[in-house]
Design a protein around this ligand. Structure first.
Ligand code: UDP
Length: 332
């Protein structure tokens, strides 16, 4: 399939692009390169279009030129703490940016979209695991803007004959199994890369936010899902998209790990203690977020294979160990 991936030079987007390429599809990335890495896109001279999702005309042109049959919309801002400090940016990129993507699709006559949504759209819940039917009551601008984008897509689809699949990621993590590509942002706020940066001495230590949650060791529980498994889900979902149909699926492993368990798994992979410090809770963090992935397993035959914490962390460490300064050391 010919697919355009907004944010296709980013962490999850490029993992999906590489997967699609290996599976014989014809993907291109459309990325403003603020967080993207050209080296993460194979054949980047012809598979990477540099542009911003806010530039509706440029995106529509890219869709037409590539004769795209579908869009996978990854481009977004994705840090819970940053969203609390700067909601303007989150509404601009995640909501207005999604509207621009949909408008470009209408102009170019593309009617199929997969959307990268998030567990953060669910907010605080006592009952786990979360199902697609669980109430969406987000607690942070990251969650509200992703939910608003889900609504935008649903309304456009109904009115303008589009079909969509919303994929609600839990904690996207891990690196390509060959150790060649991994997680590398200019501004990092996510747990596993921050722990591994501390292991490499790129930062003095990692902070553990909150030790008084009602969990087995007091730290937050999250459901970590490997990017290779996310990529498989995207391929299955795009192939299954039928005209006029809209669906939402959780993408998680169905099991949770605490922050301390992730730290211990990293220490095991690295082979030494990793400097860390306990700190107060981070605002907006629910104590537990765990998915039920049953719906996508049942409907599309998704079979996550790499999403246990030890496998995730050892793949991430392989990449970090090999690329201690990330993509900056590699030629573009
Ligand atoms: N976390 C932490 N220290 C950090 C970054 C994150 O303790 O430096 C915790 C955070 O509170 C959350 C979990 O790790 O419980 C995962 O956070 P991340 O930002 O990676 O993803 P999120 O769950 O917010 O999407």
């Amino acid at each position: 399939m010919k697919v355009l991936l907004t944010g296709g030079a980013g962490y999850v987007g490029s993992a999906c692009l590489r997967w699609l390429l290996k599976r014989g599809h014809d993907p291109i990335a459309y990325d403003n390169m603020l967080e993207g890495n050209a080296a993460s896109v194979p054949e980047s001279s012809r598979r990477l279009v540099v542009g911003d999702i806010a530039d509706t005309d440029r995106l529509a042109d890219a869709l037409k030129q590539h004769q795209a049959e579908a869009v996978m919309h990854f481009a977004a801002l994705a840090s819970v703490p940053d969203s609390i400090g700067d909601p303007e940016a989150y509404y601009r990129v995640n909501v207005a940016g999604t509207k621009s993507v949909l408008d470009a699709m209408r102009t170019a006559g593309v009617s199929k979209i997969l959307f990268s949504s998030t567990a953060a759209t669910y907010g605080f819940h006592a009952e786990m695991p979360l199902r697609e039917t669980s109430a969406q009551t987000p607690e942070t601008p990251y969650g509200t803007t992703k939910l608003a984008a889900e609504w935008l897509i649903k309304d456009y689809a109904r009115a303008y004959g589009m079909s969509y699949t919303v994929l609600r990621y839990f904690n996207a993590s891990g690196a390509d199994l060959d150790g060649e590509h991994g997680e590398d942002r200019r501004h990092e706020a996510h747990l596993i890369p921050l722990i591994l940066h501390a292991a490499l001495g790129r930062r003095p230590k990692v902070m553990i936010f909150g030790t008084d949650y009602e969990t087995r060791d007091g730290t937050c529980v999250r459901d970590y899902v490997h990017t290779a498994d996310l990529a498989q889900a995207h391929e299955l979902a795009v192939l299954a998209l039928r005209p006029g149909v809209g669906k939402a699926y959780n993408l998680g492993s169905g099991t949770g790990a605490t922050v301390l368990e992730v730290l211990r798994a990293c220490e095991k992979a690295v082979g030494r203690p990793i400097p860390h410090e306990f700190a107060p809770r981070r605002p907006g963090d629910p104590g537990v977020l765990v998915a039920s992935p049953d719906a996508i397993v049942q409907d599309l035959g998704w079979s996550p294979r790499y999403s246990d914490v030890e496998a995730i962390v050892s793949s991430a460490w392989r990449w970090h160990e090999k690329h201690p300064r990330g993509y900056t050391e590699q030629p573009a």
